[in-house]
Design a binder for this molecule. Structure first.
Ligand code: NAP
Ligand code: ZN
Length: 359
């Protein structure tokens, strides 16, 4: 029999995939590997819809490998463990984020920064060591090396799956860049999936938070529900002018090309602008305002496995969960269209466990 996605591995799997750059998803039969010695197999219950899914479905980053089964905010329940698995047992609640593998020996891997390994295996749109494509969490079953699986705390709802990407992507730079000190003033640009998590973590760390947004309609909720201290409309130059020189740091989560200069102007001297959004084209970086005030522009990508577990435990302890709109699997294409229009408060989560039906 010729190799096909359905029979390249022994375990039958089912999910939704895009076949081309239109990015429309439809049902897809494929297969997963047998649970290896160090592998955990689990039934997927919930999977968040990240803007990175949208970028990759449409090949906006230029590296998509079709068919693409997206999904990297995955929570499920363990159904089988390999003979050498130490951390998990059948029935445990678990989470998988953007990474399912790394070299485990490089400079980055050896200090728990698997996210910066130069040979990472991404949860989807990447290759397994046997050369087969990886497929993500818009599917019924996952098999993953236990190193890349986190324990899901008992008191954390399983639909809080967006912590696994939106959560860690904002928690990690707030910590690493020292923007987690009580009394600091932090800006969050873009109030979407990542942005609203940045607000929640920054508030939990005791900082003052200003949201910088293009959507005036998000103001009231940002303040009353998410706990932001103030709200700036980025296209209102008067408001932006009044806030010049007020921020110690900014987490920029914007998914599209946007002006950087107004953000640099908001920073105090020695302020840090951390880019976590991943627009498909380069943004323009004006250098002069960086020099005048010794400002820093940096980037940050998800987080390592140790920090991801730490973040999930911190979220459970402090009751920090994403605001989610739970939708059935067959709503996914509409959800993606709405995500493109920033029409979600603040993260879609697919109810895979109840709605991913083959028929
Ligand atoms: P999202 O929910 O769509 O949020 C992005 C927000 O950016 C929107 O809600 C909107 O907020 C703002 N925005 C959108 N278009 C804009 C424009 N043209 N100009 C200014 N603001 C605009 O997306 P997400 O899932 O949070 O992801 C955000 C970005 O982070 C994506 O590019 C994604 O690929 C990237 N990402 C990076 C990492 C990493 O490791 N670094 C991890 C995950 C995701 P307002 O309505 O408030 O303006
Ligand atoms: Zn993501």
């Amino acid at each position: 029999m010729a190799k096909s996605y359905e029979n390249e591995h022994p375990i039958k799997a089912f999910g939704w995939a895009a076949r081309d750059t239109f990015g429309a998803l439809s049902p897809f039969n494929f297969s997963r590997r047998v649970t290896g010695e160090k592998d955990v197999q689990f039934k997927v219950m919930y999977c968040g819809i990240c803007h990175s899914d949208l970028h990759q479905l449409k090949n906006e980053w230029g590296n998509s490998k079709y068919p693409v089964v997206p999904g990297h905010e995955i929570v499920g329940v363990v159904t089988e463990v390999g003979s050498k698995v130490e951390k998990f047992k059948v029935g445990d609640k678990v989470g998988v984020g953007c990474l399912v593998g790394s070299c485990r020996e490089c400079e980055n891997c050896s200090v728990d920064l698997e996210n910066y390994c130069r040979r990472p295996t991404w949860t989807y749109n990447s290759y397994n060591s046997d050369g087969t494509l990886t497929f993500g969490g818009y599917s019924d079953i996952m098999v993953c090396d236990e190193h890349f699986v986190v324990h899901w705390p008992e008191n954390l709802s399983m639909d809080a799956a967006p912590l696994l990407c939106a959560g860690i992507t904002t928690y990690s730079p707030l910590k690493y860049f020292g923007l987690d000190k009580p009394g600091m003033h932090i800006g969050v640009v873009g109030l979407g999936g990542l942005g609203h998590m940045a607000v929640k973590f920054a508030k939990a760390f005791g900082t003052k938070v200003t949201v910088i947004s293009t959507s005036a309609s998000k103001k009231q909720e940002a303040i009353e529900r998410l706990g932001a201290d103030s709200f700036l409309i980025s296209r209102d130059s008067e408001q932006m002018q009044d806030a010049v020189n007020t921020l110690d740091g900014i987490i920029d989560t914007v998914s599209a090309v946007h002006p950087i200069l107004p953000l640099l102007m908001l920073l105090k001297s020695n302020g840090k602008l951390v880019m976590v959004g991943a627009p498909e084209k380069p943004v323009e970086l004006p250098v002069f305002p960086l020099l005048m005030g010794r400002k820093l522009v940096a980037g940050s990508g998800i987080g390592g496995m140790k920090e991801t577990q730490e973040m999930v435990d911190f979220a459970a302890k402090h009751n920090i969960t994403p605001d989610v709109e739970i939708v059935p699997m067959d709503y996914v294409n509409i959800a993606l269209e709405r995500l493109l229009k920033s029409d979600v408060k603040y993260r879609f989560v697919l109810d895979i466990g109840n709605t991913l039906n083959k028929n």
